[in-house]
Write a protein that binds this ligand. Sequence first.
Ligand SMILES: *[C@@H]1O[C@H](CO)[C@@H](O)[C@H](O)[C@H]1NC(C)=O
Length: 465
Amino acid sequence: RNAFGDIGVKMCNTLLPLACTACLAFVLLAGLGCLDNLAAPDKPALPATLNWGASSDSSSDGEAVEATRLSVSNATLDDLRSRLKAFKFVEPVENSGFEYGFNGAFMKQLVSHWLNKYNWRVWEDRLNSFPNYFTRIEGLKVHFMHLKPSKKGVKKRVPLLILHGWPGSVFEFYKLIPLLTTPDTDGLAFEVVAPSIPGYGWSEAAKKRGFSAAACARVFDKLMVRLGYRQYYIQAGDFGSVIGHVMPRLFPERVLGFHTNMPAQPVRQPSIMIQTILGSFLPEGVLFNRLDCGKLFPTWRSSATRFEMGLAAYIIEKFSVWTLPGNLFAENGNLVGLKATFSLDELLTNVMIYWTTGSITSSMRLYKESFGSDMEATSAYQSMPSDVPYGVTCLAHELSRVPERFVRVTNPNLLHYADFDHGGHFAAFELPDLMNSEVRAFVRAAEKFHAEKRPNKFEGVKSEL
Ligand SMILES: *[C@@H]1O[C@H](CO)[C@@H](O)[C@H](O)[C@H]1NC(C)=O
């Protein structure tokens, strides 16, 4: 062999593996798109049960919608008072925040506020300042608030279903609702429907097994149809968002658009799975920029502070730590004082809704039904492509943050995606003004999309209620 041959062999030895790797990477990446299509899950079958009421109860649904006044008996309030008076103080660890569970000193302060300053009747009146209704759907008594914009200045009314999550309630929307029903400078205002998820607050819990996010999606679509809305938008966070992700996939002809502050990670898309795995080894800037790295591989994770100190501790700890992770280490969970995001009255009102309706246990069943045996279906809905307009508001401390390019894989008509450097999990409750403008920005984009793409499909609002 001559010298030239030697060089050739050396070059082959170094270049060949490189070239092979490059080719392989190329084929892999090109193949991923096809894989995504092949792996896109089919639409799961809906739960066969059409009556979630007790087996012994044979009454049928009917179409009746009844106005109601939310009311708690004096006996319930008296009973609560005596329980609060019996509260036994547990000395907290020195210089601790919420790391050891709900801080004992703060618990004492909270109980004192609850007993001496908090007045449920004031908040009950506020809840009743919104029109509340009941209707029976699939054997369940479903509670909802239904608000129409005032006539003045309204040029366009758009129906909007807003869905709360866990451990929240319709109360999370009490500041956002009046903003949504007020016309903006273009005269756009929303007709808002805010139901309590069955098993939460005033909506009856399913008596039978299997009431999953998909079952709930069907109930809420029936609610909108019953109210006369042939087409509608959805805004949701937390568990409402899990339900919300099902709705455009089940009812694409009726859902005009879905805006969420908790996007779903479409984990069953191979391209996303592979990028996520690779990204966890690679430094920032190779596969993902800094912002996306923060969304996918957060260094801080909700720690397991699940020390039970009663319903209030259980629920309020979530409102603290899911709003700002650092609150775990802050005195009083950063829940009192000038910097506090929510007032103690607001936090207690949400707790009161769970307490007076006794719904914390039934509320948690939705996790079992949606992420237990029905996990397959729930994740299928989150990974199924949908061409219904989609909008995402990505707040800094949201529990589930998904990069824009991942969101686009399953939502080709992503019309709005906005990042914010602040804000937590309970977006509507914490930042009503921001959420109002976010929902409006999304709906404006979606209305434009419908006018251009599907001029004959949009039928607007029809509600006679
Ligand atoms: C509670 O008691 C007050 C005072 O006796 C009474 O005025 C009110 O009607 C009662 N409320 C309910 C819901 O029973």
